[in-house]
Design a protein around this ligand. Structure first.
Ligand code: NAP
Length: 254
């Protein structure tokens, strides 16, 4: 119970990677505020799963990327924390969009509103609540290390990477670590093609050193390290949690 007595806010915790991170932090003893956007049933399942395993969590609904989003979120967060400080913030919620010729200006704005503007102002609002010695983890993507077709999405994650490094310096004097966690191909609703296009699965696993795609729990375990005391001397780091996606030309080795 490494996180016993601690509190955590995980955005986008109703499904996928965020749900797995919320479950793992709760299993480690944290009281988790599980944020979500609109899927009440999924959020309920996240909380029920945590409670059935003996953990504690509360769901808070707030659509990000719309006017008043941060106010709505923090009204719920502060109610859930009931005066306790926040120890851990995981900025995980994000949306994906297609390649350059398929993204309208409105979609582009929404991508940046949800993936960049929201985490920025969530951190800004969380700072007075965050305990000195706390943890911030921003969930980025392998898309900032390798060129993928989803250009605008990758650009939002690039902005998040810069944000993390900058924040790590700014918050160091308070003992708050800020790190970036970068998943690769992971089995979530964001990647419906994993369930629908076996030939693409084959292609992506062929360029992954560990020879498979990721599960949300693979990412959650890496997040658990970053928020643990074991990672107290790690800040400003970009942690590759991709199983070795596109590290080099595999053919040279085999
Ligand atoms: N899956 C991958 O292969 C992969 C790879 C690299 C990086 N990532 C990153 O990992 C993170 C999690 O991805 P995922 O695959 O787990 O996503 P997901 O399965 O699509 O889940 C997205 C989560 O974010 C919430 N969310 C989405 N848009 C929102 C909005 N406008 N306002 C509030 N909440 C919103 C959703 O809430 P609702 O349930 O209420 O809709 C849900 O909880 C993201 O930052 C993503 O960019 C994923």
């Amino acid at each position: 119970m490494a996180l016993s007595g601690k509190t955590a806010l995980v955005t986008g915790a109703s499904r996928g990677i965020g749900r797995a991170i919320a479950a793992r932090l709760a299993a480690d003893g944290a009281f988790v505020v599980a944020h979500y956007g609109s899927n009440d049933a999924a959020a309920k399942d996240t909380v029920a799963g945590i409670e059935q395993s003996g953990g504690q969590a509360v769901a808070v609904r707030a659509e990000l990327g719309v006017d008043g989003d941060i106010d709505t979120l923090f009204a719920g967060v502060e109610r859930a924390l009931a005066g306790r400080p926040l120890d851990i913030l995981v900025n995980n919620a994000a949306v994906l969009a297609g390649p350059i010729n398929q993204v309208t200006p409105a979609e582009f704005d929404r991508l940046f509103a949800v993936n960049v503007k929201a985490p920025y102002f969530i951190v800004e609002r969380a700072l007075p609540l965050l305990r000195d010695g706390g943890r911030i983890v921003n969930v980025s993507s392998a898309a900032t290390r390798i060129a993928l077709p989803e250009t605008a999405y990758a650009m939002t994650k690039g902005a998040l990477d810069v944000f993390s490094r900058n924040l790590a310096v700014k918050l160091g004097p308070r003992g708050i670590t800020v790190n970036t966690l970068a998943p690769g191909v992971t089995d979530t609703d964001m990647n419906t093609w994993l369930r629908e296009a076996p030939h693409l699965v084959e292609k992506s696993t062929a360029i992954t050193a560990l020879g498979r795609y990721g599960q949300p729990e693979d990412i959650a375990d890496a997040a658990a390290f970053l928020v643990s005391d074991d990672a107290r001397w790690v800040t400003g780091h970009w942690l590759d949690a991709t199983g070795g996606l596109h590290l080099g030309p595999g053919g040279f080795h085999n």
